[in-house]
Ligand binder design. Structure first.
Ligand SMILES: Nc1ncnc2c1ncn2[C@@H]1O[C@H](COP(=O)(O)OP(=O)(O)OP(=O)(O)O)[C@@H](O)[C@H]1O
Ligand SMILES: [Mg+2]
Length: 268
């Protein structure tokens, strides 16, 4: 059995791979790198009934992996870079190659992946951490699920300046409800739900449009979304509106939050 561990900025994910199949997965908060890695492994062993003897190899990745330079619990431990891990994991989950992968974690990274190469296109500091940070100060809410819940009742027109606010006509391919400026209106009467939606809208629009530009530069029309930001229902709705404008579609594979850990586990 091979254990892939992704020590991310906010969460640590671990997966177990047996006979080339993904058999277990667990998630825990990120602490310091060593505590994260050993804690995730310990959780896997205790909660998923795996024995140390079964584990032939551990492959670590993610920002925290640079801090780990020894074998973990005497098990051969290898490191791979995060971009490669996201690329391999994204292709495994999407069951296809020649794709653009947008990994929405604490920040966001955009990658092109095919069997010959995995290329880091770039990314943005706008990601899950942006949602949490802005919500903390603007709404007094730190729990991401609460932010998403209240955003579902929000009215974006109270926060964003929309195309319909500035012109009576569609502008090029942008329809009337499209944002012209994120937070560009911000009515006095806007409430927490409206602002929560404005935050999510800004984050997912930025990520969506960057992903579209990356995909278009390679004549690719599909983007696979991974990371903990992948499963957000409002985020998916916002990305669907990006698809409507730009024609590039977004896919959300099952287990997308484990993509990086899965890529580490399948890396050789
Ligand atoms: N439902 C959700 N919608 C949007 N963001 C979410 C959701 N759930 C968690 N997040 C955010 O996702 C981030 C963590 O995601 P993930 O575990 O993929 O990142 P990471 O691997 O720790 O970070 P990075 O890859 O940037 O180093 C946190 O900022 C968290 O607030
Ligand atoms: Mg990550």
């Amino acid at each position: 059995m091979i254990i892939g561990i992704d020590i991310g900025s906010t969460t640590t994910k671990a997966v177990a791979i047996k006979n080339k199949e993904l058999v277990k997965k667990i998630k825990t908060k990120a602490f310091d790198a060593v505590t994260s890695a050993t804690g995730a492994l310990g959780k896997m062993i205790l909660e998923e009934s795996i024995t140390l003897q079964e584990i032939e190899k551990i492959v670590i990745t993610g920002v925290g992996s640079s801090k780990i330079n020894n074998n973990i619990f005497g098990i051969p431990t290898k490191k791979i870079d995060e971009i490669t891990a996201v690329g391999i994991g994204g292709m495994y989950l999407a069951k296809q190659d020649n794709i653009i992968i947008t990994n929405i974690g604490t920040g966001t990274v955009i990658i092109e992946a095919n069997q010959e190469k995995i290329i880091h296109y770039g990314g943005s500091g706008v990601g899950g951490g942006t949602i949490v940070g802005l919500s903390k100060k603007m709404l007094g809410i730190e729990n991401i699920d609460t932010v998403v819940n209240i955003a579902s009742l929000g009215d974006l027109g109270k926060v964003d300046l929309l195309i319909e606010d500035i012109t009576d006509k569609d502008v090029s391919f942008l329809d009337r409800e499209t944002t012209a400026a994120n937070f560009g209106k911000m009515l006095e009467t806007s409430g927490k739900s409206d602002i929560a939606l404005g935050i999510l809208n800004m984050v997912y629009q930025v990520i969506g449009v960057l992903s579209v530009f990356a995909a278009r530069s390679k004549n690719i029309t599909k983007v696979v979304v991974t990371g903990n930001g992948s499963g957000n229902p409002i985020g998916q709705r916002i990305l669907a509106s990006v698809t409507k404008m730009y024609g590039v579609t977004f896919e959300y594979p099952e287990d997308a939050e484990y993509a990086t850990a899965i890529g580490a586990g399948f890396s050789d």
